[in-house]
Design a protein around this ligand. Structure first.
Ligand SMILES: NC(=O)c1ccc[n+]([C@@H]2O[C@H](COP(=O)([O-])OP(=O)(O)OC[C@H]3O[C@@H](n4cnc5c(N)ncnc54)[C@H](OP(=O)(O)O)[C@@H]3O)[C@@H](O)[C@H]2O)c1
Length: 363
């Protein structure tokens, strides 16, 4: 059994927490809560599980000193200082923000700092999620059947009206008029050295990961975006997006190779269906939609939906209305046993074995 500390208990963190508690090969030993109101609660209470006897704490020092094999890191922003301490203390880390393929995207100083902490602690770190992460692993695998590849594009279409992360959405300028957003700085361009997945550097890392798999060197990353405005008031759990304010966003990162746009990853997020422009495919109104297009010989096109499973027990999927949260959590939880046994350093899908829902089959 690998001993795991869950770090933060937000949308993704509550899903990873539940999955760690349920997992036959993992043992929950600690839980960090950033929000002082959550400190002192039994971990099970936070994710519709029974009592675990493990209480949430805000005591970073105690968690750094605790004996554990892995930290499941899912805060909205992680603290680089704390991350370095965890890695130096010998704890492996799986993360839902960043660490898809930081080399070539994040600063060399950042890379060296993390690698040095891993060397010192004999630890490794791996980042994934549904996108970036899982979708890139699938994309890379699909190219395995090609004789020639000309371009690779992957899209996520995701209804975000149930994704209760108001800080994230306001950070991205949703709810502002396009003009206000433009003035504030519409495109949150990557800020090397301060990685967090809302700056879109994680998506650039996904392009870098795919390039690495295909033996390509990226000459330049180009970032683009298109904001869509509400054509009717769009009500979500935490606010109402008024007519004329930004309520949808598509953002893309393209890797340019020899002057050509070869690799493109794009997110398409929408708070409701009444948007202008409206680029929402019909299928994605029912489920999270991943869409991959490889042009080459042969061309391979793949859509995958992440929707309600057959397991409707709310204890199994806490937020049954958004299975995409589960699909964001599980690629890192299912990686824990592998990452705990990987060689020290920053590990990616390029150097870990193929992973699956090992020991999670329910018959
Ligand atoms: N790769 C993917 O597919 C994917 C998909 C979705 C999200 N993500 C990433 O996963 C991470 C978590 O997303 P989420 O939706 O779970 O976020 P969230 O619910 O908005 O926030 C997560 C937690 O972060 C903690 N937190 C809040 N403010 C903080 C601060 N100033 N400093 C440190 N911690 C703070 C809180 O922890 P407590 O609960 O402990 O108080 C909060 O519950 C983000 O980096 C997000 O971008 C990745």
């Amino acid at each position: 059994m690998d001993k795991v500390i869950q770090w933060s208990t937000g949308n993704i963190g509550r899903q990873t927490l539940a999955a760690i508690i349920d997992h036959p090969d993992l043992e929950l030993v600690g839980v960090y809560a950033f929000d002082s109101a959550k400190v002192g609660l039994d971990a099970g209470e936070l994710c519709h599980r029974g009592r675990t006897g493990i209480e949430t704490t805000g005591d970073v020092d105690a968690l750094v000193e605790m004996e554990a094999d892995c930290v499941c890191l899912t805060p909205v922003y992680y603290d680089e200082e704390i991350l370095v301490r965890l890695l130096r203390s010998g704890k492996n880390v799986v993360a839902s923000g960043g660490f898809i393929h930081p080399e070539g995207v994040q600063s060399e100083a950042f890379m060296e700092r993390i690698e040095a902490a891993c060397r010192e602690g004999g630890s490794s770190i791996f980042g994934s999620g549904v996108n970036p992460g899982f979708i890139n692993a699938i994309t890379i695998l699909l190219t395995h059947a090609c004789r020639q590849v000309e371009s690779v594009t992957w899209d996520e279409f995701s209804y975000a009206g149930l994704y209760n992360s108001p800080e994230s959405w306001s950070y991205l300028g949703l709810g502002l008029s396009p003009e206000e957003r433009e003035k504030r700085g519409a495109s949150a361009l990557p800020d090397p050295g301060a990685p967090n997945s809302l700056d879109f550097s994680g998506f650039a890392e996904a392009v870098r990961l795919t390039a690495g798999a295909l033996g390509l060197e990226i000459d330049e990353y180009q970032f683009g975006e298109e904001a869509a405005v509400a054509t009717r008031p769009i009500r979500v759990a935490w606010t109402t997006y008024e007519v004329g304010t930004v309520a949808g966003l598509r953002h893309w990162v393209t890797g340019i190779v020899a002057g050509k746009p070869v690799l493109t990853g794009r997110v398409n997020w929408y708070m409701g269906l009444d948007l202008e422009p409206n680029w929402i495919p019909e299928r994605s109104t029912r489920e999270y939609l991943g869409r991959i297009a490889i042009e080459g010989e042969p061309s391979i096109h793949c859509d995958f939906g992440i929707g309600q499973g057959s397991l409707h027990d709310p204890r199994l999927i806490e937020n049954a209305i958004d299975p995409a949260l589960v699909a964001t959590a599980m690629p890192i939880v299912n990686a824990i046993p592998v990452v705990c046994r990987a060689r020290p350093g920053i590990r990616t899908y390029l150097d870990l074995p193929m992973m699956a829902a090992k020991n999670l089959v329910k018959i």
